[in-house]
Ligand binder design. Structure first.
Ligand code: UD2
Length: 391
């Protein structure tokens, strides 16, 4: 099965500097006029470094917005001083440095687009527990601005929802019709957005698709809020203890970012709009198995250790992926073992070629460890049973 071709479109990717967003941009930018709207609070410009004209033949420009006062600076500059001509690709990439909650930045980034991939979010479940209103402002209030802007432009919206909408699933695999009982503000916000998307379709005839991502992983997933795979990889590479939270028998459905990108491309072309779809493999892997898989793939001598389980952690999660298969024609392609092997291989190459990115990873790892320690200190698990740190 091939991925749907998206060509010669004008596309906005909100959060295009982030983990999943930047992979989407990488797939689209050679053949489409792509705008990225990102405030780079958790994403990074490095994630878009593939888009230099020499790499893709694309033209790309930096559109600097003074996002603090909502004013604009009309200066556009070629990222590396060349115009990128002389290649068979015909795409372009414009980066708008701004916030989705800033209507001027959003208007400017969305002007004339016919397709929006809405990936921007505050993705930390833990932070949403600590500051529900703040995460609501981004994940819901600003997302409504994106939906309204899409109405102005008559643009299709494919948006990032989450398996967090289900909370503790009643049965596995979990299908889209399962009970939705989110256990965190993050999950509540994603559920509300997911429902808004469908109502915007019904009420205003806006073509929308909500994609409920399960546990996405892959290159560029880093920083203090990244997932268990990037944490374990980092620990294994450093021959540090691999820290399993709880007994390690909890399971997850890990989906490679290249499959997440393909799901987005299917959603961008389907006639089956006004719907929500699970994006997962339908397979589940225990955290213990994952730790061993990663340790073997890295060839590490890390011990595997256990610590307190996360408060409110979901025990098992596995997607029923049949609706996406049936209605979008989407199937995942990357199995967990090969996905992890490719991460290990890629990291080896990177280490050889870039000491600065190694330094960056180390800094991010340090930041993540500090964050984890801080949260462990801040919330003794037994003392705050009402709090869900992650779902
Ligand atoms: C993921 C998403 C979250 C939401 C949710 C939906 C990530 C980072 N988060 O949360 O945004 O969509 O799925 O259900 O993808 N663990 C360890 N040791 C570690 C880190 C994690 O044992 O060092 C465990 C953790 O306790 C949990 C499992 O690994 O049982 C997965 O944790 P996660 O943070 O990668 O993702 P999850 O499922 O909490």
């Amino acid at each position: 099965m091939t991925s749907p071709a998206i060509r010669d479109r004008t596309v906005l990717v909100t959060g295009g500097g982030g983990f999943i967003g930047s992979h989407l941009v990488e797939a689209l930018a050679p053949y489409n006029d792509v705008r990225v709207l990102d405030n780079f609070s958790t994403g990074s410009r490095d994630n878009l470094s593939f888009a230099s004209p020499s790499a893709t033949g694309s033209q790309w420009a930096e559109d600097t917005l003074a996002s603090t006062d909502g004013g604009t600076d009309d200066t556009e500059s070629d990222a590396d001083g060349t115009d990128g001509e002389g290649d068979d690709s015909n795409g372009s990439l414009t980066i708008v440095d701004g916030d989705i909650s800033d209507p001027m930045a959003l208007q400017r980034a969305a002007r004339g687009v016919d397709l929006i991939f809405h990936q921007a979010a505050l993705v930390s479940v833990t932070e949403s527990v600590d500051a529900p209103r703040r995460s609501n402002e981004t994940n819901l209030d600003a997302s409504l601005l994106v939906l309204d802007q899409a109405r102005q432009e008559d643009a299709r919206v494919v948006l990032a929802s989450s398996a967090a909408v289900y909370g503790h699933p009643d049965e596995l695999p979990v299908s889209e019709t399962a009970t939705t009982e989110p256990t965190s503000p993050y999950g509540i916000q994603k559920l509300a957005l997911d429902q808004y998307a469908r109502r915007y379709h019904d009420l205003y005839d806006l073509p929308t698709v909500a994609l409920r991502y399960f546990n996405a992983y892959g290159p560029r997933q880093q920083g203090p809020y990244s997932g268990v795979i990037s944490t374990f990889l980092e620990q294994a590479r450093a021959d540090e203890p691999i820290t399993i939270e709880g007994d390690g028998e909890q399971t997850r459905d890990f989906v490679h970012v290249s499959d997440v990108v393909r799901a987005n491309l299917h959603a961008a072309t389907t006639d089956a709009v006004g719907e929500a779809y699970n994006v997962g493999t339908g397979e589940r892997t225990s955290i213990r198995e994952l730790a061993e898989l990663i340790r073997d793939a890295v060839g590490s001598s890390s011990p595997i250790v256990h610590r307190e389980p996360r408060s409110g952690d979901i025990r098992h999660s596995r997607a029923d992926a049949s609706k996406a298969s049936r209605e979008l024609g989407f199937e995942t392609r990357v199995g967990l073992e090969s996905g992890i092997r490719s991460l290990v291989t890629a990291a080896g190459g990177e280490q050889a070629s870039s000491s600065s990115s190694t330094q960056q990873r180390e800094n991010q790892g340090r930041e993540r460890r500090q964050h984890q320690q801080q949260h462990q200190q801040e919330r003794p698990l037994a003392a705050r049973p009402d709090r869900q740190s992650q779902d």
